[in-house]
Write a protein that binds this ligand. Structure first.
Ligand SMILES: Cc1cc2nc3c(=O)[nH]c(=O)nc-3n(C[C@H](O)[C@H](O)[C@H](O)COP(=O)(O)OP(=O)(O)OC[C@H]3O[C@@H](n4cnc5c(N)ncnc54)[C@H](O)[C@@H]3O)c2cc1C
Length: 436
């Protein structure tokens, strides 16, 4: 089948790869000039299935309110006058009930474990090298942080995730360059967790997808979908201009050309902007951008910095190794403008880096990135048929799009091929938003 894939973030690239691997001819339309140019550009890179969980969790509303005025708050709410943001918050609040949390968390965990397995198969098959390293250590600064982490640790064990509580000495053996003066009470580690460069993986997988017959059209925006058994896309090509390396604006404007093209199916993988295509079809998914930031800098000395990745549980900030660079990522803002940077969040990222790895990075040249987690209020992404003929969805992966991408793509391809998927797809249907 000739299948259009809209969006070449990590989700679109993995989707194109799986469709091509099944013998289809995917054509990927991306408005930017390369893959992974938006929200898959500089994320923390963590693949840790045990921690892939909804942000709608019991006790979260209270913790969020308590944080609102804190100087180094991990979450910031700026819904303003946007009624969509308030509706999203209402749905999110309702999804914080314990029973729904358990249900959604186990669905996300199943998908994440499956996704990691598929990631490993693809990595081995094509010998992909994407700055991968093994290990992810959650750092608990004080006894209060340890006490707060205990229910989560218990839950991991109930889900049969072999999480280990480590004393400070064992933490420092795993990550020998942690600053000795920063208080550390304990750490949590799960064997098999890993970190890798999501953007680099997307570039490598694009090449493999092309070898299998996929085609990528950059500088081309999908403007509308006409659903049908053979859906039609309205496309606008602006040519492959110089949209910059993922930090800047859209592709350079050169005499846009519009055309209509018919396909056997369309898969929408365009994160939050998918709404512009889906709303005219009567699909108002509650998808919101939850912004976050990362700082990336060269390591001053390759022997210093993290060996893989650590997460400061108190500040919800990840410090990960990406080859010869260190990346610090965190912050969660609901609402707010994508182009405006919060100096308070950036200050928290610098503080946490300095606390754990002082002097490790060359901070004269830092790449500052702000991205959006495409977040559904209850947690799991939407994967499968949209309800409109010929239109399929793979979107809404929130804080875990990299960790979930390979499994989600396989799940989508299996459904599109009318093959029974390896894991139950029921929790990922768009229809769940029609019901509630
Ligand atoms: C600070 C931060 C840290 C994170 N850390 C992690 C982590 O450690 N692990 C993890 O798993 N996840 C992490 N994430 C989340 C992860 O980055 C996202 O879930 C993931 O990148 C989403 O991928 P996507 O392909 O759905 O979206 P995107 O990467 O945004 O891709 C969508 C693409 O669609 C294109 N597009 C949109 N509309 C159109 C249109 N009409 N026509 C053509 N093209 C279109 C866009 O240009 C874009 O390239 C993090 C996110 C942030 C912000």
């Amino acid at each position: 089948m000739r299948i259009a894939v809209i969006g070449a973030g990590i989700v679109g690239v993995t989707t194109a790869y799986e469709l091509a691997a099944d013998g289809h001819q995917p054509v990927v339309f991306e408005r930017r000039n390369s893959v992974a140019a938006e929200n898959s550009f500089a994320n923390a890179g963590i693949v840790a299935p045990g921690y892939v969980a909804p942000w709608a969790a019991p006790g979260m509303p209270r913790r969020l309110l308590a944080q609102m005025l804190a100087r180094h708050a991990a979450w910031r709410l700026r819904p303003g006058a946007d009624p969509g943001a308030w509706r999203w918050l209402w749905r999110w609040w309702r999804a914080c009930q314990p029973a729904r949390y358990q249900e959604q968390r186990s669905a996300m965990h199943r998908l994440a474990a499956y996704s990691q397995q598929r990631l490993h198969e693809i990595r081995r098959l094509h010998r992909l090298d994407y700055e991968r390293s093994e290990g992810y250590l959650v750092l608990l600064r004080g006894e209060r942080d340890v006490a707060l982490a205990m229910p989560g640790l218990e839950l991991l064990r109930q889900m049969e995730v072999p999480a280990q509580l480590l004393d400070p000495q064992h933490c420092r053996e795993r990550e020998p360059h942690l600053h000795p003066d920063t208080p550390l009470s304990a750490g949590i580690a799960v064997p098999g967790d890993e970190v890798g460069n999501c953007r680099q993986f997307a570039h490598l997988l694009r090449e493999e997808a092309q070898r299998l017959g996929a085609r990528f059209e950059f500088g081309t925006e999908a403007l509308a979908i006409d659903p049908d058994t053979r859906p039609i896309l309205l496309l606008e090509a602006r040519g492959a201009g110089s949209g910059g390396p993922g930090l800047g604006g859209p592709a350079e404007a050169v005499a846009p050309k519009r055309r209509r093209e018919q396909f056997d199916a369309v898969v929408v993988c365009a994160a939050v902007p998918s709404l512009k295509l889906l709303e005219p079809l009567g699909m108002g998914l509650p998808l919101m951008p939850v912004h976050g930031y990362s700082l990336s800098a060269a390591l001053r000395n390759h022997e210093r910095g993290p060996l893989s990745a650590v997460m400061d549980e108190r500040y919800k900030v990840v410090i990960s190794r990406q080859g010869s660079r260190v990346r610090v990522a965190g912050g969660a803002e609901l609402g707010g403008a994508p182009e405006r940077h919060s100096q308070a969040v950036l200050a928290t990222l610098y503080k946490v880096l300095h606390d754990w790895f002082p002097g490790a990075a060359q901070l004269q040249q830092v790449q500052v990135w702000k991205g959006a987690r495409p977040m559904l209020p209850d947690g799991p992404p939407v994967i499968g048929a949209s309800g409109a003929p010929g239109v399929w969805l793979n979107l809404g992966h929130g804080a875990s799009g990299w960790a979930l991408a390979c499994g989600s793509a396989r799940l989508l391809a299996d459904q599109l091929n009318r093959r029974s998927p390896a894991i139950d797809a029921g929790a990922f249907l768009a229809a769940r938003f029609a019901r509630r």
